[in-house]
Design a protein around this ligand. Sequence first.
Ligand code: BDR
Ligand code: CA
Length: 316
Amino acid sequence: MKVIFDTDPGIDDAMALLYLSKLAEVELLGITTVVGNADIATTTRNALFLRQQFDISAPVIRGAGETLDGVSKPEPVIVHGVNGLGDIKIPAVSEDGLQAGTASQFIIDTIRAHPGEVTIIAVGRMTNLALALRQDPAIAGMAKQVIIMGGAFGYQGRSGNISPAAEANIHGDPVAADEIFAASWKVVVVGLDVTHDIILTSDYLATLSAEVGANGELLAQMSDHYAKFYMNVMGLAGVVGHDLLAVTYLLHPEWFETREGPVVVLTEGIAAGQTIQMPSTRKNGPSPWADRPAQLVCIAVEAEKVLQHYRATLSR
Ligand code: BDR
Ligand code: CA
């Protein structure tokens, strides 16, 4: 399975990247970066660090530092730390793995080089993907699928994290996200409705450290900071593995229940970033949803299977 990983590392992004790197089924073609959990220089540096640390051969390609909505947002230091990786010590990183060019051009070129074969797993703001689509709309018909971590549709009372109405990746660039949902490619949405079922407790992280070795230990160290946020702000014992769940979907879609239907994003106002799906079973007249392709929103997941699979994969 050919994959482009579009990311803003980010602690849970690091969890997802280590997972991807261990999956024999996956051929990772590139890691594209975007502003989000930190500025673009920092997320790109973090991607280079993780690439080196996890012994990944795929290149890193720098992506968008500004979002398409033109609104700059504060960095989520309280969640991911000042350096984006829970303020662990990051050594000086060589730029050897950095490929010239932009993320959006890389996405276009890679999809065109392998028509029908490339899956994009996007776990940050969707700016790079939207830029690629604007430049070359035909790629929508040439990608295999786009799996995103983002959005919240109200299942189990989950309607947002950065605001009561919005999830952070969508809120970070609602204009880009709306363009992604409107395009004629297969989008699978792995949002808060399912990611909040993936809780990595301190016991689970300790097991990862013991079983996986240095990289498991690294994830556990980063998670110290992340765990404080979840405990202090959400009263949750453990950390949420948002981004890793988008990777699980690639391998095991049968562990997810989905709902089909077009999706619209509110792009401005107090609820900017809210994601709303019209189920395909509902036949309304003309509406902002009517001309859009049906996309798949994950509404339930077999969380225990995911946590077992993650642990077993990392221990390989
Ligand atoms: C998403 O926002 C980021 O902080 C995480 O890395 C994840 O992709 C969760 O809302
Ligand atoms: Ca992320």
